[in-house]
Design a protein around this ligand. Structure first.
Ligand SMILES: CC(C)(COP(=O)(O)OP(=O)(O)OC[C@H]1O[C@@H](n2cnc3c(N)ncnc32)[C@H](O)[C@@H]1O)[C@@H](O)C(=O)NCCC(=O)NCCS
Ligand SMILES: Nc1ncnc2c1ncn2[C@@H]1O[C@H](COP(=O)(O)OP(=O)(O)OP(=O)(O)O)[C@@H](O)[C@H]1O
Length: 198
């Protein structure tokens, strides 16, 4: 089974494109939601996060205090690197177990959706990588329309902490253009037809 990564900057349309592949029956692993799951359920990781980020990391209900962690992590690259160093290896293990199940189920390929596929090194375990492209101004407008709690400054800071668009495009095996320059569904269908039968 081929393991294909799908990445792109915040608001590029990774989730929309991943949902199109899912509609075609392709298994999709969402790194963002799985990262939050392991942060909430892995007891060793919980202890590490509490030691690194303090008691406010989890609320009284035991749930991850995402606004607190976002504020601390996104304000300081060193703290963000510390968070990533704790979380990403666990997400890698979780993905390995998940993708083995998909291979056993007989799928021709599976997708791993991750905002930080290159930044986290997770691309190394994959056969190919798709980058979903949209220019920063389009991505910012989409995120502001989607996330009421985010300001333009928040989005700019997150974009600044992510890989430059040019590098994400150069390192991709395939690009899905989600910048209104062309329809997205035909691009997804063309890639699916290439992998579904191999
Ligand atoms: C810090 C957290 C709790 C903030 O959660 P919150 O729901 O407020 O933001 P969300 O997860 O939607 O992130 C918003 C956007 O920021 C970007 N982003 C997320 N995590 C990171 C990160 N570690 N480094 C840089 N950018 C990131 C992504 O583009 C994401 O779409 C969350 O981002 C997190 O747990 N990050 C660490 C785990 C991780 O790296 N997840 C991504 C897996 S690839
Ligand atoms: N081509 C498009 N036209 C209009 N809206 C779009 C388009 N593509 C995505 N969107 C919208 O833009 C927002 C961002 O898309 P999506 O959530 O798929 O991006 P993402 O890359 O997964 O973002 P994040 O990194 O924040 O998870 C969503 O509200 C989505 O509905």
């Amino acid at each position: 089974m081929r393991r294909i990564g799908i990445t792109g900057g915040i608001g590029s349309g990774k989730s929309v494109v991943a949902r199109l592949f899912a509609a075609l029956g392709v298994p999709v692993y969402d790194s963002d939601s799985r990262a939050k799951w392991v942060m909430a359920h892995d007891l060793v990781l919980r202890a590490q996060l509490l030691a690194a980020f303090g008691a406010d990391t989890y609320g009284a209900d035991g749930q991850l205090n995402r606004p607190y962690l976002a504020r601390v992590a996104f304000a300081d690259p060193a703290r963000l690197a510390q968070l990533n160093a704790l979380v990403h290896p666990r997400v890698g293990e979780d993905f390995a177990a998940w993708s083995a199940q998909q291979a056993a189920a007989g799928h021709a390929y599976a997708l791993k959706e991750a905002a930080l596929l290159f930044e986290s090194g997770a691309y190394q375990g994959l056969d190919k990588v798709i980058t979903v492209f949209a220019p920063p101004e389009v991505r910012t407008a989409r995120v502001l329309a989607r996330d009421a709690h985010r300001t333009a400054a928040d989005v700019a800071r997150i974009i600044a902490q992510q890989l430059p668009e040019t590098e994400r495009l150069a390192r991709a095996d395939y690009v899905v253009y989600n910048d209104d320059s062309q329809l997205v569904i035909p691009q997804v269908l063309a890639l699916h037809q290439q992998w579904a039968r191999e």
